[in-house]
Design a binder for this molecule. Structure first.
Ligand SMILES: NC(=O)c1ccc[n+]([C@@H]2O[C@H](COP(=O)([O-])OP(=O)(O)OC[C@H]3O[C@@H](n4cnc5c(N)ncnc54)[C@H](OP(=O)(O)O)[C@@H]3O)[C@@H](O)[C@H]2O)c1
Length: 265
């Protein structure tokens, strides 16, 4: 499957970032990718790299094996239903990054025989640092390996049950915003204790990156690493406990829950 041609239907933020990441990682050559949107002038940078750019979704699907759909949720039915007769069960795999559209709904749009994957990346896909949660129905081991490998070029991939897709949307995709707000708040604190905004922001951002890398590279539990920096009667534990008295962990947990509840409405 390594030589597959990939069509990205919906070359917006996410669709373009996927194309960029796949080229950068050399997963496929630029000429193996076709990307579509109605306003193709916004895709000139990809075209210059050798990607085929078009508004013709039908031809894009016809000439490809793997179809990644990255349009907005309110566009997906119209776009995919219009392509139903172009999808061929023995030829095509559909990967949808569209939030909130189930595998069953996608299969109803493109035909029952098509193997459908749902992927939930986050915006760090633009720098190949996404976490992408992935589920599928009816795919072969080879197809699962291929799609996992594809998203591994763009960060890390975690297979999940489809019933956890909304939870993945909150923890992974909304999670980027939570983490960034943490960095911004730390920056504001940093300014109050003497740094200029730019320096405070760099220190706060690199500190979060370093904390995450400690967990990944050393395979540690967060609390193990926290114990190392909390000297008895020291300044870290004083600050941390003050944050907890003011609801730090609780407000994060409640925020995750509120995002999840909103998604269920
Ligand atoms: N951004 C995230 O963090 C994130 C994370 C996970 C999942 N998602 C999901 O990913 C999807 C895309 O998000 P996004 O942020 O990339 O949105 P976006 O920037 O608005 O991209 C959607 C693209 O679809 C194109 N489009 C609309 N109708 C089309 C048609 N008939 N044929 C071909 N292209 C068409 C639009 O371009 P034209 O108007 O020029 O056609 C637009 O560029 C959404 O469903 C979102 O829920 C996003």
């Amino acid at each position: 499957m390594k030589t597959s041609r990939i069509a990205i239907i919906g070359g917006g933020n996410l669709g373009s970032a996927i194309a960029e990441g796949l080229i950068k990682s050399k997963f496929v050559a630029a000429k193996q990718i076709v990307i579509t949107r109605r306003n193709t002038s916004a895709l000139e940078a990809l075209e210059r790299k050798g990607v085929t750019v078009t508004s013709d979704n039908k031809t894009a699907v016809k000439n490809s094996d793997v179809i990644i759909v990255a349009v907005k949720p309110y566009n997906v039915k119209e776009v995919l239903s219009g392509l139903k007769s172009t999808f061929k069960p023995k030829k095509h795999i559909l990967i949808s990054v569209v939030t909130g559209t189930s595998v069953a709904e996608l299969n109803a749009m493109v035909g029952e025989g098509i193997r459908v994957f749902r992927a939930m990346p986050n915006t760090a896909i633009a720098i190949q640092e996404s976490v992408t949660c992935l589920c599928q129905q009816g795919a072969t081991e080879e197809e699962i390996d291929y799609v996992t490998d594809l998203f591994n070029q763009l960060g890390i991939t975690i297979p999940i049950d489809e019933k956890l897709m909304d939870a993945a949307t909150v923890l992974g995709a909304c999670g980027i915003a939570y983490a960034l707000r943490f960095i911004r708040a730390s920056t504001q604190g940093g300014i109050e204790i003497g740094f200029d905004a730019k320096t405070a922001n760099r220190i706060a951002a690199q500190t979060v990156k370093g904390a995450a890398e400690l967990l990944f590279k050393l395979n540690r539990h967060p609390e193990e690493e926290i114990d190392k920096v909390t000297t008895p009667k020291g300044c870290t534990i004083a600050g941390l406990n003050e944050m907890e008295h003011r609801g730090f962990s609780s407000s994060l947990i409640k925020g995750v829950r509120a995002s999840y509840d909103k998604l269920q409405e």
